[in-house]
Design a protein around this ligand. Structure first.
Ligand code: DAV
Length: 366
């Protein structure tokens, strides 16, 4: 029996990680929570169904490249068990024509020390995604006597969980930004809802983005579930589609965070970092002006890197400006050709979930 699960942040030495798989991925039909995520000018509007096979194969090749790079550096890589998402699913409260994917494990799994918790996602099409990770969770459970296998309270995702007609008319970018500034999102406060990728772990402190995928009630739930931790709700007024914190606010090592220059953390929320001598640096510009086809995410996946330790960081091979900045910041960027996986839910950080990093739960903001 060995210790398999341990991770308190995104930068201590990575020893074991889950890398997603693109098999059976579906572009989900619109539902109350998802249509808001699809930009109006996107070619994805109104489309749903299995993703083209060729794109799935290319995404899997990119994910395999990442896995190989990690293994060559001594990191153990675990993979989920793909599920056929192209089938109708339902609960007593809702029905959906399909699931979505098991690509971005970061959205589903939150590792807190020796615990891995499946999140309370707001997309109905992602309700059963955790099942793709259950074989791994069961394995960790059998092999690691201290592993805590947890599931956050399952949201019911009835119609009460969403603001309907929230985006009925095509609203302007300005209006979207105004709504972000006013913390007015498509999800209601009917029940706690959160995506694990909205949670930034820095030891004793959790910085959680309040946005389209995580509501305020989730913050309250975190406070009660982790009474030993400090929970900080953060928001980034420059983001018209605030989903997930990992293309917005990305720690590289203790004391250093890169921040999306279009989505800067408000002055008030910067204080805790400044008071503890943390440096917040504007991230370099992305290399691309558009995301790849059929992609939900923005070009800022450029900063969605996977930190291996306080020096080494995997970044997307085409993101040369980000690489240059990493070097200037004293990091060693390791390029992996990964853009073919972007459309399946995100970049290098999204595509992974921590299993083991060396190190304990530190107090960086005493
Ligand atoms: O900038 O589109 C992407 C994060 C996906 N997990 C963005 C956020």
């Amino acid at each position: 029996m060995t210790k398999i699960v341990n991770s308190w942040n995104d930068f201590d030495p990575l020893k074991r990680v889950i890398v997603g798989k693109a098999d059976f991925s579906v572009i989900p039909d619109e539902e109350p929570a998802t249509s808001e995520k699809v930009p109006v000018d996107s070619e994805m509007r109104g489309m749903w169904g299995p993703r083209p096979t060729e794109t799935v194969e290319k995404a899997n090749a990119a994910l395999d490249r990442l896995a190989k790079e990690l293994e060559s550096r001594g990191v153990i890589v675990d993979r989920p068990t793909p599920i056929q998402w192209n089938q109708a699913m339902g609960t007593p409260d809702f029905r959906v024509p399909s699931g979505m994917t098991q690509m971005p494990p970061r959205d589903i799994l939150l590792t807190m020390g020796n615990e891995i918790m499946a999140s309370a996602n707001s997309f109905r099409c992602r309700y059963f995604e955790y099942l793709a990770y259950w074989p791994l969770m069961n394995q960790y459970f059998e092999e690691d006597p201290e592993f805590k296998w947890t599931q956050a309270p399952r949201p019911r995702l009835t119609d009460k969980s969403y603001k309907h007609n929230y985006y009925d008319e095509q609203i302007s970018l300005e209006e979207r930004l105004e709504r972000t500034a006013n913390l007015d999102f498509v999800t209601t406060e009917a029940e706690p809802m959160w995506d694990a990728a909205d949670v930034l772990r820095l030891g004793k402190d959790l910085f959680i983005q309040h946005g389209l995928t995580t509501n305020r009630k989730a913050m309250e739930w975190f406070k009660r579930y982790y009474p030993e931790h400090r929970i900080h709700a953060v928001n980034f007024p420059g983001d018209p589609y605030p989903i997930h914190i990992d293309a917005t606010f990305v720690p590289l090592r203790p004391g250093l965070i890169i921040n999306n220059p279009e989505r800067r953390l408000p002055e008030e929320q910067r204080k805790i970092f400044e008071a503890n001598d943390w440096q917040i640096v504007d991230a370099a510009q992305p290399s691309h002006s558009e995301p790849p086809p059929l992609c939900y995410s923005s070009v800022w996946l450029s900063m969605n890197c996977l930190v291996l330790d306080h020096k080494n960081v995997i970044i997307e091979a085409s993101e040369v400006h980000q690489a240059e900045q990493m070097e200037k910041l004293g990091m060693n960027p390791i390029p992996v050709d990964f853009r073919d996986a972007y459309a399946f839910g995100g970049g290098l950080h999204c595509a992974t979930a921590d299993v083991y990093r060396e190190g304990d739960c530190e107090d960086y903001f005493p």
